[in-house]
Design a protein around this ligand. Structure first.
Ligand code: NDP
Length: 335
């Protein structure tokens, strides 16, 4: 349950667990509504934005005293809707609950179970974060073979796929992340050309100059703030910056200033913010491409799986302290 609006970093105590009984014969209010058992819930940084009492964003705030909502993989238990039958697996917005009644079934995607792809990947590699990487890299970054690509929060849900797509495209790729374990993952398992721990760098500009002596063609920005400012100093002429997220800034009441924007002009850089939801017409192609890369062993995907709904508040809060290694998922129930 979301307890109430917050101004700073989320805490576990901003959420609470409540037990109530489910009536298995619950009358479904809308004839299209379905009752589902939630199997996997996704922890995503954008959910922090829904904890503010602000209605001007692309998604409305959570409502206090109600369960949080997020992407999940669920199994249909009961349905009056001809498009869904008990036993179907679906992915889309659901409650942070063991069982949910989903009214807005039009936003759900049916999942065809596949022995070679874990169901949980539908909130990660094949879900919203994976699609963000795909749309952001191909549609916003306009990549060319041989270009120099920098990805921040590189071991996370979005970043790990961006880096691997860039490698498949023939680019040189360096990632930044916040621990040695993550750096090892990037270099040893995910095929990044290099990676560095930004927390150990006192001068981010100097660090980027060390990893990109020839400059950066594409910066896929997941963090904003000081890293964005340093990247601006290191972009090549006609470079592109895809502004995907600002996880370092989104909980600050006074976000840090960006000082190096003049380089947008002098180096003719294109900097573009984007929302994955603007590219949904590409979703089917994304599913086909990325499933096929995964099945052929061309890409890997790392998840950080926490067990039980009771682990959800800590897992969510952990995103803002870099505790997740890979895509943060909650397993609410076994398949
Ligand atoms: P991650 O799985 O990468 O988890 C968040 C990570 O952010 C943490 O593990 C941590 O990694 C890093 N981080 C947390 N706080 C800071 C900080 N203060 N400074 C620098 N890094 C920090 O998340 P996602 O891959 O799901 O999301 C990545 C970004 O993409 C987010 O900004 C998110 O909002 C954005 N996004 C945007 C979408 C769009 O449509 N535009 C859609 C989906 C996501 P580390 O240990 O490396 O610091």
């Amino acid at each position: 349950i979301f307890k109430g609006y917050i101004d700073d970093l989320p805490k576990e105590t901003d959420m609470e667990l409540k037990l109530s009984k489910i009536d298995p014969n619950i009358p479904l209010q809308a004839s299209s509504a379905i009752l589902v058992k939630n199997l996997y819930l996704s922890c995503d940084p954008y959910m922090r934005g829904r904890m503010r009492d602000f209605h001007g964003s692309y998604i409305p705030p959570f409502r206090p005293a109600l369960p949080l909502e997020g992407f999940g993989v669920s199994k249909v238990i009961h349905s009056n809707n001809p498009n869904f039958k008990p036993g179907d697996f679906v992915c889309g917005f659901t409650g942070w609950e063991e069982y949910s009644v989903i009214q807005r079934t039009e936003q759900l995607r049916k999942i065809q179970p596949d022995d070679h792809i874990p169901l949980s990947f539908h909130v990660g590699l094949l879900g919203m974060p994976g699609f963000t990487a795909y749309a952001g890299f191909y549609e916003v970054c306009s990549p060319q073979k041989g270009e120099y690509v920098f990805v921040s929060a590189a071991s996370g849900a979005v970043g790990q796929l961006v880096g691997q797509l860039a490698k498949l495209h023939g680019c040189y790729v360096v990632g930044s992340a916040g621990s040695q374990e993550k750096i090892d993952l990037l270099k040893d398992k995910l095929g990044f050309d290099d990676a560095f721990n930004y927390k150990e760098e006192s001068d981010l500009d100097a660090a980027l100059k060390r990893y990109f002596p020839q400059g950066i063609d594409i910066y896929f920005d997941n963090v904003g703030g000081e890293m964005l400012d340093a990247a601006l100093l290191n972009m090549r002429i006609h470079g592109r910056i895809a502004v995907c997220g600002m996880v370092s800034q989104q909980s600050l009441s006074n976000p840090k200033g960006i000082y190096n924007l003049f380089n947008l002009i002098s180096r003719r850089i294109k900097m573009q913010g984007f929302l994955q939801s603007d590219y949904l017409h590409l979703y089917q192609r994304f599913l086909e491409d990325v499933s096929s890369y995964y099945k052929q062993g061309k890409i890997f995907y790392f998840e950080d799986m926490n067990e039980g709904l009771e682990s959800a508040p800590a897992a969510f809060v952990g995103l803002f302290y870099g505790k997740n290694v890979g895509k943060q998922v909650i397993r609410v129930a076994h398949e």
